[in-house]
Design a binder for this molecule. Structure first.
Ligand SMILES: [Mg+2]
Length: 173
């Protein structure tokens, strides 16, 4: 099941520091929105998250939002945090990540994909050959599809926890 294995696993994006990213030669992060930076579909954003975004970007690391959601949703959120974005990215297909690489001007080996879903963010990263960071989802799933996805993800997440990702500062290749 290596195809569903992220390079790194955190409970919140706030655990990711510029130091960890730089140590792992990461120059750009492609970040999912729903359940990664805010609750699913929510227009609001925590101050802690905007502070974290500023911390990362001020360290020289580029951030681009890559979401499967529609333009209206993604653009509204991106404007709030003044970040570039790719909407309707069709994750796990590589098209959105391809545009993100173009827009950030970084190489695959210098990029990392950050998201809450194994079947879109992590699978997409592994299919395209980019490292990934899996985060715990920020809200309880409301839709049936999300509920089913989470149910299937459960044993895989459990196994990931056992591999001590939390102890490691190393983003595996
Ligand atoms: Mg998500």
């Amino acid at each position: 099941m290596a195809i569903f294995s992220p390079s790194y696993f955190v409970s919140s994006v706030l655990e990711i520091t510029p130091e960890i990213l730089k140590k792992n030669n990461i120059k750009s992060i492609f970040i999912d929105i729903d359940d990664t930076l805010t609750a699913h579909g929510s227009p609001s954003i925590d101050k802690k998250i905007t502070d974290w975004i500023n911390l990362i970007t001020s360290s020289g690391i580029k951030i681009i939002l890559v979401s499967n959601n529609f333009k209206k949703r993604v653009q509204k959120f991106a404007d709030k945090v003044s970040l570039p974005f790719v909407y309707f990215s069709c994750k796990p297909l590589p098209i959105g990540f391809f545009w993100a690489l173009r827009k950030t001007g970084t190489q695959k080996r210098e990029a990392v994909i950050l998201g809450d879903q194994l079947f879109t963010d992590v699978l997409g990263a592994n299919l395209y050959g980019i490292r990934s960071i899996l985060v715990e989802p920020r809200s309880k799933s409301k839709t049936l599809t999300l509920k089913i996805k989470r149910l299937i993800e459960k044993p895989i997440r459990k196994r990931l926890l056992k591999t001590n990702f939390y102890d490691s500062e190393k983003v595996r290749n």
